[in-house]
Design a protein around this ligand. Sequence first.
Ligand code: PHE
Length: 447
Amino acid sequence: MEKRESFKSSFGLFAAAVGSAVGLGNIWRFPYITGMNGGAAFILVYLICVAIIGLPVLLSEFIIGREGKSNPIDSFKNLMPKGKWYISGILGVMAAFLILSFYSVIAGWTLEYMIKAIGNQFAGKDVNQIDAMFGDFISNPIRPIFWQFIILSLTCYIVASGVEKGIEKYSSLLVPALIVIIIILDIRALTLPGASEGLSFLFKPDFSKVNGKVILDALGHSFFSLSLGAGTMITYGSYIKNNERLGSSALNIAIADTLIAILAGIAIFPVVFAFGIEPDNGPGLVFITLPNVFPKIPGGYIFGILFFLLLALAALTSTISMLEVVVAFGVDRFKASRERVAIISTILIFIVGIFASLSQGVLGHISFLGTDFLDFLDKLTANYFMTAGSLITILFVGWKLDRKITDRQLTNEGMLDIGYVDTFYFVAKYISPIAIILVFLASVGII
Ligand code: PHE
């Protein structure tokens, strides 16, 4: 059998996984749901969700991937030839495919906005004009699809180049670049007069704002943000070398992902508050609210360009991880070359993605369970596929997988002396599954 590719260095593993985790979820979605859910209280609930659910699921995916040494479906099959646990892998591959088809639409928007920022197109426009500009653009039948094509082509090129020469190499360049950009943006935002109001919104919790919906949003977002239940971390786990420490890797990745989301909030809220704008504009926060204020802040021209560049880079390191799930599966299943599978998968994803893009304009009248196609794909994957996939994953590791295997994976064949194995088991057996089930039932409206 051909030797499986692997991430060459510990930093490469970290960069690839953080690259996957950090994306539109951190810089676009996290700030706006924080804005809509009252700020700091939401962040606290989110941190708890990451700690008791996100982190254990992430670690479980790494264990399944490194032990199963294959794509998400065959990793489950290798570990448990009998039974239907591999359904979790099927859900993951389907989720990665569907998420990429709509995620690439929004990733494309960020490129258009970067070009708009370079062309100084936000200057001299009032709120209504900027609002209209966004509406006109996303409903255009051609332009968003063109940018989506660019994003998908770049993604395809990187994935086709291989795990080490593609994913690891580009993530190791892009993730540090992304961190530098976000720090520059933070410095600019924090030195604006009135920045403190934005900060207190982010860091002073008002617990009267915490209700069921806030908890639900926080939990759902923790899956999305850590790329869980989409086969990604199982696939990446299968490329982790035997001498890497799974526990500390997972912890570092979860911390980095959360930190970057908060840094994105620090770049955005002081700017928003400095101009007395309400932060609860929802998805339009970065495409409407921010372009309104960029021209008003000193250095705002550069700020705007860097901001959309940041979004585009963050999105790209996530799209490669989604495509890799589909490609890893295709390569194993059809025994075809990586290049070939990458190109064919990208074309299929692009075709579905075109409909997601058009659903913002000419096909907007077609309703899928009461919403447009893009939003439908988002809800379908986030509420059902990722949640169900994560639940099966954690139940598998908590209840089904031979504990010796888990111990061996966590201690690197007994080489590491770690103190958290029992805690991990307890959380994986009881805490995480119960929490996920509660959220799942709530999200489908049963409780
Ligand atoms: N974690 C990515 C983000 O925050 C999204 C993602 C989901 C990536 C699923 C891979 C798989 O944007």
